[in-house]
Design a protein around this ligand. Structure first.
Ligand SMILES: *Cc1c(COP(=O)(O)O)cnc(C)c1O
Length: 469
């Protein structure tokens, strides 16, 4: 298995190369040069696999044995989910009326990002231990990514992590999940700015090639291929749990922000899994406009919604979907993306758009009032509390019928979003978060008027000299 950039200037790369890189050197994203397909035998025999076994089988197809031998991959897969609160790692709650909630939030930070980041952390650690290296992970977060990344790195002496979070702009619980981690290798800055503003110093640092190389900086947001790879197996799990018989179709509803999760689903489909993908978004509807009308265009600003983890301006992984729908035509993807970056918009050509519509069949834009209404309805009808992100996908379920069994992806636990639960007339869930309030916290501040870029660089330099000494 070799990897290339979606824009074609790099190819023949190993898994390790792309795992440790952020963007490709030509500004593109890394993808497999070709997508492995399943034999009918595999599709049949995988149906009895546990979630962990699916993760093993699928990652095996994307990572060369010479890079990670079978036994080592087994070891990684069996150790990475050990802090999840249910042994199955993920589970499906069948509420009745076809409402099958795929709960992906049993990791430490109670959101589905734990699924991907816990294995990405193990992969990084595996290679670093072999080469006796050290890296520093830089993360800017609006909420869920930062805490999941911290949990995947904490206590590992091959890595340090520096996180910038927008103080007062994510929920109290999200903030505590980052500040209440006291570890030698975890460094949290509470920044007096929004998530776009705190991305600035990080972007600036990553632009300095020699500084990045000297201090071995890496990035594990959803542009990282490892994250996408780790988001393929749950589609197989959903399929086998819900299909009537092997070969029949299953529909999956995916609440979408930066389109990382749904890219995993699209790859599963390309591998030969008979699923139909549909998606829900907030008023930040660039993904809907792109998939429905080929209108890939940025709006002036982000509109905050109750489903804050889906409030994004640029869904980075659309580039990967374009690569998949053009069947790996890197020249065409490069042209489209360059034009998008220059003009803030580009029209997806009809041939690509038609393929894209085959991958992602439908998309629903969901307002805050509908989120609240759906949360209320599911509480009343099923005594089940949804998180606001999951509620957008359930809104899809109520709006449109499916001819196939349907799985609805639940991306976070409602415990993380007490404000939204209260607004919908529910009693906030405390399971999994009640210990947080009493924990000591540790963080530094970046105040208005200070030079965040210099502060960030100083922190990175301090980490480097400590690890060297
Ligand atoms: C990150 C996140 C999403 C969006 O996922 P993408 O892969 O970026 O589309 C949805 N819900 C929650 C709770 C998240 O944390």
């Amino acid at each position: 298995m070799k990897y290339c950039s979606t824009r074609g200037k790099e190819s023949g790369l190993a898994f390790r190369d792309v795992l440790f890189a952020g963007y490709a050197k030509d500004g593109g994203l890394y993808m497999p040069e070709s997508i492995p397909t399943l034999t009918p035998d595999e599709l049949e025999s995988w149906s009895s696999c546990s979630y962990r076994e699916l993760v093993y089988n699928i990652t095996r197809k994307f990572i060369d044995q010479r890079e990670i031998p079978n036994e080592d991959l087994q070891e990684i897969v069996s150790s990475c989910y050990k802090r999840f609160s249910i042994p199955e790692v993920v589970q499906i709650k069948k509420l009745g009326d076809g409402l099958n909630i795929v709960e992906l939030f049993y990791g430490v930070t109670l959101a589905f990002k734990d699924l991907a980041l816990s294995i990405v952390g193990e992969f990084l650690n595996y290679f670093l231990k072999k080469s006796k290296d050290h890296v520093t992970v830089l993360v800017g977060t609006s909420g869920d990514t930062g805490s999941a990344a911290i949990e995947s790195v904490r206590g590992k002496d091959s890595m340090d992590i520096v996180v910038l979070l927008p103080q007062g702009r994510c929920t109290k619980i999200q903030e505590l999940q980052m500040t209440a981690v006291i570890e030698d290798n975890v460094h949290v800055f509470c920044v007096d700015g929004n998530s776009d503003e705190l991305d600035e110093p990080i972007k600036r640092v990553f632009l300095e090639e020699s500084f990045v190389a000297e201090h071995r900086l890496i990035c594990i947001n959803s542009i990282n291929w490892g994250r996408i790879l780790a988001q393929i197996p749950h589609y197989f799990y959903i399929y086998y749990q819900l299909c009537q018989s092997i070969g029949d179709s299953v529909e999956v509803v995916v609440p979408t922000g930066a389109a990382g999760n749904i890219t995993g689903g699209t790859i599963a489909m390309k591998m030969g899994l008979p699923i139909h993908l549909v998606t829900s978004v907030t008023l930040n509807d660039i993904v809907a406009r792109t998939f429905q009308d080929g209108n890939f265009s940025v709006k002036d600003s982000v509109v905050p919604s109750l489903a804050s983890a889906m409030d994004i301006q640029i869904p980075y992984n659309v580039e990967r979907l374009l690569y998949l729908s053009s069947d790996g035509n890197t020249v065409e993807v490069g042209k489209l993306m360059t034009s998008f970056e220059e003009n803030g918009k580009v029209a997806v050509p009809d041939n690509l758009l038609n393929t894209l519509k085959n991958y992602i069949k439908d998309c629903l834009v969901v307002h805050d009032d509908e989120i609240t209404e759906v949360m209320k309805k599911v509480m009343e009808d099923h005594k089940y509390i949804l998180c606001p992100h999951t509620a957008t996908a359930v809104a899809y379920h109520y709006a449109k019928k499916s001819t196939y069994p349907r799985g609805i992806i639940a991306t976070a636990s409602p415990a993380k979003f007490p404000e939204a639960v209260t607004k919908a007339g529910g009693v906030p869930v405390t399971k999994g978060i009640d210990h947080l309030e009493s924990l000591p916290t540790q963080f530094e501040c970046m105040a208005k008027g200070q030079d965040w870029y210099v502060m960030l660089k100083n922190k990175i330099k301090a980490i480097s000299s400590k690890r060297k000494g």
